[in-house]
Design a protein around this ligand. Structure first.
Ligand code: PHE
Length: 459
């Protein structure tokens, strides 16, 4: 993979040609690297647990198929048309009036990154815990005590979040092309294989069947307005939509590529991994005697060590798993930071190094209260939520769907047939189903997402 952007290596050389993805697989892996992350393995299982299981899964899948896929294509094609980062892309392709949509995306990416690094920090801590044998037990009380001690401590998790932030900054300063894609091309398949092995172990634990039933058999009586917003927010979060990342990555796709096929691959991979993570965590929770809403944001961290412990060579599995999860988180966090850095570079001409260091320091400062909301600040509630939950709620349940809605309107109505044309390789006509895609962007997505947003706000 030889992704080189004009921001890489030489900040001053504006004339340097903008880079492109070296191979089709390279792009798919990089975009999947952005999409597959903590959202799939940490967030999806506990969101499903808290929101009624099977019914949430069904709504989530509908959101992916109806809105997710169309919007991934919309964002990628916008990036490819403009060959620019989001604010400039909206401005140049759709007109100045639309550039705030790009601005909202960049701001959302920044805020999400600030709590993302907190959870990524827990992952780093867990590599050490698994290695030292601190988690070698199936006793759920011991496991939850270990987890709560970690996240509730005032210093330790902040240091881990800091370490993770530094790792991200180092990658972004070095230029995204020089290693991270090569590493993710190798490591993501390993993560996948490990995940499948863990699913096999989890579903064969005694009591696991109930977990599978909870996950796959929908009970729609549990659905509320909040379930809907949670599902759509999660779909957007998981697909890295509404946050500038896909527009930025789209801007590196060569014109000769057939974009819809690539978008399909990315969406399918992301969804497959989320479902596998659900098949791993939910049965394990039932097997451990926990109920699926237990543990909240800690669910994955609470039950996986017990699964590892019930496997031969468990600690080794544990170390490998949390290391790969940290890498998956890194490839996602890098794309979030990259979106912010490219924006500062494009709009304000800040050097890559300055933009990276400045935004990393700022996001680390914002990560501190997020981390403390599991300890010192646990009692401090705003609108009934901790600082961490509030940031997550405002970004995932409001900003992302709103960004998606505006993107759909813009690409459907303002860019319209030009966007349809740009889906195909240069020189070929728009795909036959493009009219259907535009219909979704013009009507189905704005109305559907708008309706869900309103349901969420009125509860
Ligand atoms: N999609 C990533 C995940 O599931 C999170 C992310 C969101 C990454 C937005 C980049 C941009 O973990």
């Amino acid at each position: 993979m030889t992704l080189q952007t004009k921001h890489d290596k030489d900040d001053g050389l504006m004339t340097q040609q903008r880079g492109q993805w070296g191979t089709r697989l390279g792009f798919i892996m990089a975009a999947a690297g952005s999409a597959v992350g903590l959202g799939n393995i940490w967030k999806f299982p506990y969101m499903t647990g808290e929101n009624g299981g099977g019914a949430f899964l069904v709504i989530y899948m509908v959101c992916i198929v109806v809105f997710g896929f169309s919007l991934v294509m919309a964002e990628l094609v916008l990036g490819r048309m403009a060959q620019k980062t989001p604010v400039a892309a909206f401005r140049e392709i759709a007109g100045r009036r639309w550039s705030p949509v790009g601005g909202l995306a960049v701001l959302t990416a920044f805020v999400i990154d600030s709590f993302y690094v907190v959870v990524a920090g827990w992952t780093l801590a867990y590599i050490g815990f698994e290695a030292s044998g601190a988690l070698a037990t199936t006793n759920s009380e011991t496991l939850s005590a270990t987890f709560n001690d970690l996240i509730g401590s005032p210093i330790q998790p902040i240091l881990y979040a800091g370490a993770f932030t530094i790792a991200c900054a180092a990658v972004v300063i070095g230029g995204v092309g020089s290693g991270i894609e090569r590493a993710s091309k190798l490591l993501m398949p390993v993560l996948f294989v490990l995940l499948v092995a863990l699913v096999v172990r989890a579903v064969t634990l005694p009591g696991a069947a109930e977990g599978l039933e909870f996950f796959f058999v929908p009970d729609f009586s549990k659905v509320t307005g909040e379930t809907l917003t949670a599902a759509i927010g999660q779909a957007f979060f998981s697909l890295s939509l509404g946050m500038a990342a896909m527009v930025t990555y789209g801007s590196y796709i060569p014109r000769e590529r057939n974009l819809p096929a690539d978008a399909f691959a990315v969406v399918s991979l992301d969804t497959l991994i989320a479902v596998l993570a659900g098949c791993m965590v939910l049965p394990a929770m039932f097997a451990a005697g926990l109920s699926p809403g237990d543990g909240g944001a800690g669910a994955t961290f609470l039950v996986l060590p017990a699964v590892f412990d019930a496997m031969p060579g468990g600690a080794l599995f544990g170390v490998a798993f949390f290391s790969l999860l940290a890498v998956a988180a890194l490839t996602s966090a890098v794309s979030l930071l990259e979106a912010v850095v490219c924006y500062l570079f494009d709009e304000y001409g800040l050097s890559r190094a300055k933009a990276t260091i400045g935004s990393s320091v700022a996001l680390f400062l914002l990560a501190i209260p997020s981390s403390l909301s599991f300890g010192l600040l646990a009692g401090a509630k705003l609108f009934g939520m901790s600082f961490f939950d509030l940031l997550d709620y405002v970004t995932s349940s409001i900003a992302l769907p709103l960004g998606g809605l505006l993107t759909a309107l813009c690409m459907g109505w303002v860019v319209g047939p030009r966007a349809a044309q740009a889906l195909s390789p240069a020189g070929r006509s728009a795909p036959r189903w493009a009219a259907f895609w535009l219909f979704v962007l013009r009507f189905v997505a704005p109305l559907g997402i708008g309706w869900i947003l309103v349901q969420g706000l009125i509860g």
